[in-house]
Design a protein around this ligand. Structure first.
Ligand SMILES: [Zn+2]
Length: 374
């Protein structure tokens, strides 16, 4: 595999902007991927995604395998056609479900045995099968099977996780190289919060020459300090010329910090999940629209936001919709947060190009520490 799919455009210290080329189009990096677990970004149709500046999203291999199944999706032209989305789609490997569905799975040496969370049917995920599923879906950015362990885990177990994940990675890439398919395949680095294991994993995984590298198994209960210790320790072992992705990072301050440290891709459920309960992002900080203080607030969510929600509606109206539990509330709030995150990534890219990213980060973190204003 060559490196021509990723081109670094500008650099400032460790931060970089670039273009990631996929078979379904180019992605300006750093980029954020909203999460489309079941084949949709909850409440938002694809025509809005495009208008709001979303470049790509990440769908879930485990869930789509169970319902409706990759065979059906393939027979309908693949996930792009099925969802009505022409742009790039990333898919995960099911490895995260080792963590999120820990009660219904068994990690074995050759893969993961799940019992379906829907009907209990046995599902055997092996490195090859996970590649096959993602190819049937028509994925543009694929992840090999890995084991995302929880926190805390003992060092002995963490070492086993690294051994297994790396063995599966090798099996996945060997298999994939023999196939005629044009997606990008990333390697995933595990190792819990043990820096020496992370470094060992990074050295072994990068040796397999994947198209990009992901730092996985983070934000599973460890402290923010530990998360960043792992990222800082691992990133220096990732080749500069390959695209880098930290899985599950999505808080505003963490995304900017990641970009500052040379991370190119992010994904997280928080902008969409928070939107559905009234947690909204503004350039002045986070607000909880359910708060009584907004009941007669005529202003839009964020005065500088150009999204349709901010163009048409006041905070007072949105608060009312949440208060009476109208479906429209979730849609309008998601439109705004998705738009905010797309704008956030544009600002990050702009500040890297202008070499002002550090100064801008310092200004932004004071507004984004802590929770929403409730
Ligand atoms: Zn808005």
């Amino acid at each position: 595999m060559d490196n021509s799919h990723f081109e670094i455009k500008t650099k400032h210290k460790n931060a970089r902007t670039g273009i990631l080329k996929t078979k379904s189009g180019d992605i300006k990096t750093p980029a954020f991927m909203p999460v489309a677990t079941l084949g949709d970004i909850k409440t938002i149709p694809v025509w809005d995604l495009k208008k709001l500046g979303v470049q790509l999203f990440i769908a879930n291999t485990y869930h789509l395998h169970i319902r409706p199944g990759e065979k059906l999706i393939k027979s309908l032209g693949g996930l792009h056609s099925f969802m009505g989305w022409e742009g790039p789609i990333a898919t995960d490997s099911g490895g995260f479900q080792v963590y999120s569905l820990s009660t219904i799975r068994k990690v074995q040496s050759d893969g993961i045995l799940f019992s379906s969370h829907i009907d209990g049917a046995p599902l055997h995920f092996t490195p090859k099968k996970v590649i096959d599923i993602q190819i049937s879906l028509g994925s543009d950015i694929m992840m090999p099977l890995d084991e995302c362990a929880g926190y805390p885990i003992g060092k002995g177990y963490a070492d086993e996780v690294v051994l297994r994940t790396n063995r599966w990675a090798e099996e996945a890439i060997d298999y994939y190289r023999g196939l005629d398919y044009n997606a990008l395949l990333f390697g995933i680095i595990q190792g819990s919060t043990y820096k020496d294991l992370r470094i060992k994993a990074a050295l072994e995984i990068t040796n397999l020459n994947f198209d990009g590298y992901a730092i996985g198994g983070l934000v599973v209960g460890e402290s923010k300090e530990q998360t960043w210790e792992v990222i800082d320790a691992t990133i220096t072992y990732l080749p500069e010329e390959k695209v880098r992705y930290v899985m599950g990072i999505g808080k505003v301050d963490d995304i900017i910090r990641g970009a500052l440290n040379g991370i190119d891709l992010f994904d997280c459920v928080i902008p969409t999940r928070n939107a559905r309960t009234g947690g909204l992002y503004t350039w002045e900080g986070k607000i909880n629209i359910n708060n009584a203080r907004y009941k007669d607030d005529k202003r839009s969510i964020s005065e500088s936001c150009k999204c349709p929600t901010c163009k048409f509606y006041s905070r007072a109206y949105l608060r009312h919709l949440f208060n009476v539990n109208e479906i429209l509330a979730k849609y309008l709030a998601t439109v705004h947060n998705i738009s905010f995150y797309a704008e956030l990534m544009r600002e990050i890219r702009k500040n890297i190009k202008k070499k002002t990213i550090e100064k801008w980060y310092k200004k932004m973190i004071t507004k984004y520490e802590g929770g929403f204003d409730d």
